[in-house]
Ligand binder design. Structure first.
Ligand SMILES: [Zn+2]
Length: 246
């Protein structure tokens, strides 16, 4: 599925139709038709897509080592792929979901971030398989100081609908959350375009830790003493553990 383009690149996305709802990304460099594949799930599906893109040179990179993000590596390597970070992508370590997690920036007039499982639409990654919520909190704060409002976020899984339902518990009057939930009644999450950072700031509870409405929602649900003395970091940790059991 074609997602976006810049003067030099096209961004395509494959949806895995598996229970984990994985996304794989393909970045086509228009001048050379080389393709960089990020987090391949299904090598055959990637190779089919590469044929449609008329690309015979391709690289593979992974945001982290979880099996659902590297499963397609072997098949692609057998078909001639090379594991290599191309010079037009910048890697940034952002631990939390796992200790070795990295994200990749593409900058070409517009800014694109390939987030892996650090950030999702209306949510963040879990820390249950080798992660650390405090490290994830620090990584999300790093994004807060480095992303542009217009940065497009290419996430590792489609958890959009479930994340919105989680967020709506705390902010039932948030019209942006309502808007995206009503859009998801019309189309599947994996058909939705990527969100910008500006959108995430409006709907993602993990980015809204200081918001009065969110804190009151936490208190109303009687799940947290949401006094003003509670730090953003503590709210983040609480939300992460609530989402683990949602
Ligand atoms: Zn993962």
């Amino acid at each position: 599925m074609f997602i976006s383009e810049t003067p030099q690149f096209e961004i395509h996305r494959l949806y895995a139709h598996n229970s984990l709802r994985n996304y794989t990304y393909l970045i086509l460099k228009k001048a050379t038709r080389e393709v960089t594949i990020i987090d391949p799930w299904d090598a055959e599906a990637c190779l089919d897509y590469l044929r449609n893109l008329e690309s015979s040179q391709f690289f593979v990179i992974n945001t982290h080592q979880h099996h659902d993000h590297v499963k397609g590596n072997a098949g692609l390597l057998a078909a001639g792929a090379v594991i290599q970070l191309p010079d037009y992508l910048q890697a940034q370590p952002l631990p939390g979901h796992t200790c070795e997690h990295v994200v990749f920036y593409l900058k070409d007039e517009s800014e694109h971030l390939f987030c892996g499982d650090t950030l999702f639409q209306a949510g963040v990654g879990n820390c249950k398989n080798g992660g650390d919520p405090l490290a994830l909190y620090a990584s999300i704060q790093w994004l807060r100081t480095h992303l542009l409002l217009s940065t497009l976020l290419h996430v590792g899984h489609d958890y959009f609908k479930k994340n919105l339902h989680f967020a709506q518990q705390f902010e039932p009057d948030n019209s942006d959350i309502q808007y995206y939930l009503s859009n998801l009644k019309l189309q599947e999450g994996f058909e939705m375009p990527p969100n910008s950072w500006a959108i995430e700031l409006k709907i993602n509870p993990f980015l809204r830790l200081s918001e009065t409405a969110l804190r009151q929602g936490l208190k109303r649900l009687d799940k947290f003493e949401s006094s003003e003395l509670v730090s953003d970091r503590d709210i983040f940790i609480k939300l992460r553990s609530l989402r683990d059991n949602f």
